[in-house]
Design a protein around this ligand. Structure first.
Ligand code: SF4
Length: 432
C-alpha cells in the first residue's frame, strides 16, 4: 500500500505519525491532505526515512538540496559530505543528480546514509552511460527510460523527477516560438534531443501507465518535471510553459487514481509580479498538487548572488502556495557548488521558507518567532542562538566584537532595548 492508498483507506502509517509530530500538527490533518492529493509523504518502501516529511498545503515549506558529481569532476566523498552538511543546515530532502562517475553507487550510499527523503532524475543515468561509452548524450534506447526508473526505485529513491510533459507536439511549437532560451531543463533537453533523434514520442509520456505501476510498487513519489520552464524572466508564463502545465495537470489525475503520490515542478525564472499568478494557476490546474519550485528567480542578472534572488522569489512563491523550494547556491549558472556554497544555499532558502511560513501563520513558525522576540527582550543570547537559522554565524558575529553590558556592540550604550528596560519598564515610571 502506498501512503496515498493508506490515507484513502484511513490507515495511519508510522511515517504519517512522525511527519505530524515534526510539524506539530494533528495527524488527521496529514491524512486528509495526503488523501486529497494536496500533500505527499515521499518514502520508498526500500528506504527507511528516519525523518519523514509531509510536503503540501498547510504544512511547513520544505527545502530541497541538489548534490551529485558533474561531468569530468567526480568525487563521491565530497558529494556525500555536501549532503551531510546540507541536512545539518536544515535541508528537508536531498536530490542526487550525478552526471559522472559511479552514479549508482553514489545514489545507493546517499539512500543508506540520509535520514531525509532522497530524490533523483533517472534519465541522467542514460545520458551518462551514453557519454561514457563514446556516444552522444541522447544516444540511448527507449528501454533505458523504464529500466532506469526501476533501477532507481529499487535503490530506494523516494521521489523521482520525470520530464513527462514534453511531447512531440510541444517540440513542434517550441522551435518557432518567441522564446529566447528555448529549453533550460537538463533532463528535459536530453529527452527532447532523444525524441528528435529517434523521431519518437517521449517514452515517459507514452508508457506513463507502466511508470505508474512501478511508482506504486515501491511508493515512489512522482515529481512531474517542467522541461518547458522559462529559463529567463523574459520568457516567463509563455504558451510553451502553460501547455506543459495542462499536460501535467492531466497526468496528476492519472497518478492519483492509481494510488501514486505526485507533485508538480514549476518555473524557473519569473518576474516578481507574475509569481502569485503562476503558483495559483499551477494549484488550480493540478487540483492542489504540491508544488516544487526551483527559485523562482525574479531577475536573471544576479549571477553570483542567485541564491539571494531565488530566496526573494521563493519567499513570495511559498507565501502564495508553493510547498517545496529547491535551493539555489551562489554558484548557480556558473559552476558546481562548493561545500560553503551548499551551506549558504540551504540557509538562504530556509530563510525564504520561514518568511513564508510566518506570513501564512503556520503555528510552529509563529511559536518560534514569539520565542525569539521574548529571548531578545530578556537579552537571552543562548536562546537567541538556538532559535537562529544559523546559530554558528550568529555566535561568530557577536564573539568577534563582544560587548560587556546588556545588548550588543551594534548600539553599545545606546541600546534601545536596554534604555526601554531601564526607563519605560521601570517600576517607578508612571505615565502622566
Ligand atoms: S545594542 Fe542595538 S542591536 Fe544590539 S540588542 Fe540593543 S538595540 Fe538591538
Amino acid at each position: 500500500m502506498t501512503q496515498l492508498e493508506a490515507a484513502v483507506s484511513d490507515t495511519l502509517t508510522e511515517e504519517m505519525r512522525e511527519a505530524a509530530q515534526l510539524e506539530g500538527v494533528d495527524i488527521g490533518k496529514v491524512i486528509d491532505a495526503i488523501k486529497a492529493g494536496k500533500a505527499v509523504l515521499p518514502r520508498n518502501k526500500r528506504h527507511f526515512v528516519k525523518a519523514p516529511r509531509v510536503i503540501g498545503e498547510g504544512f511547513l515549506t520544505k527545502v530541497n538540496v541538489n548534490v551529485g558529481t558533474s561531468y569530468g569532476y567526480s568525487s563521491m566523498e565530497e558529494e556525500l559530505k555536501k549532503a551531510r552538511i546540507a541536512v545539518e543546515a536544515g535541508a528537508d530532502a536531498v536530490m542526487v543528480l550525478s552526471t559522472w562517475g559511479k552514479t549508482r553507487e553514489i545514489r545507493q550510499r546517499m539512500v543508506e546514509m540520509l535520514p531525509v527523503p532522497v530524490g533523483s532524475v533517472p534519465i541522467y543515468d542514460a545520458a551518462v552511460r551514453a557519454l561514457e561509452t563514446g556516444r552522444k548524450v541522447v544516444e540511448f534506447s527507449e528501454a533505458d527510460f523504464l529500466e532506469l526508473f526501476r533501477q532507481h526505485a529499487e535503490d530506494g529513491v523516494d521521489f523521482m523527477t520525470i520530464h513527462v510533459g514534453v511531447t512531440n507536439r510541444s517540440l513542434r511549437y517550441l522551435k518557432d516560438s518567441k522564446r529566447i532560451l528555448k529549453m533550460v531543463s537538463r533532463g528535459g533537453a536530453i529527452i527532447a534531443g532523444w525524441m528528435i533523434v529517434n523521431n519518437a514520442e517521449n517514452p515517459f509520456y507514452k508508457y506513463f501507465d507502466e511508470v505508474l505501476d512501478m511508482a506504486r510498487e515501491y511508493d515512489v513519489t512522482l515529481s512531474l518535471g517542467d522541461a518547458m520552464r522559462p529559463g529567463a524572466v523574459m520568457d516567463a508564463t509563455d504558451p510553451q510553459q502553460l501547455e506543459e502545465l495542462f499536460i501535467l495537470g492531466e497526468l496528476v489525475e492519472r497518478a492519483r487514481k492509481r494510488g501514486v503520490q505526485v507533485m508538480v515542478e514549476g518555473p524557473g525564472h519569473v518576474p516578481l509580479d507574475q509569481i502569485e499568478m503562476n503558483v495559483k494557476l499551477m494549484k488550480r490546474i493540478t487540483s492542489g498538487a504540491p508544488i516544487f519550485l526551483l527559485g523562482p528567480l525574479p531577475t536573471d542578472r544576479a549571477l553570483g548572488y542567485d541564491h539571494v534572488a531565488a530566496a526573494i522569489g521563493g519567499a513570495l512563491a511559498a507565501y502564495h502556495g508553493a510547498d517545496f523550494l529547491c535551493y539555489v547556491t551562489p554558484s548557480e549558472h556558473l559552476s558546481l557548488p562548493t561545500m560553503e556554497d551548499v551551506k549558504e544555499g540551504v540557509i538562504v532558502t530556509k530563510i525564504a521558507a520561514i518568511v513564508a511560513d510566518v506570513a501564512k501563520g503556520h503555528p510552529f513558525a509563529i511559536k518560534l518567532e514569539k520565542k525569539m522576540a521574548q529571548a531578545r527582550k530578556r537579552f537571552d543570547w543562548d536562546e537567541m542562538f538556538s532559535l537562529a537559522v544559523h546559530s554558528e554565524r550568529a555566535r561568530y558575529k557577536i564573539e568577534k566584537r563582544p560587548y560587556v553590558d546588556k545588548g550588543c556592540s551594534m548600539c553599545g550604550p545606546f541600546c534601545a532595548l536596554k534604555i526601554v528596560e531601564d526607563y519605560l519598564c521601570a517600576e517607578e515610571f508612571r505615565p502622566v
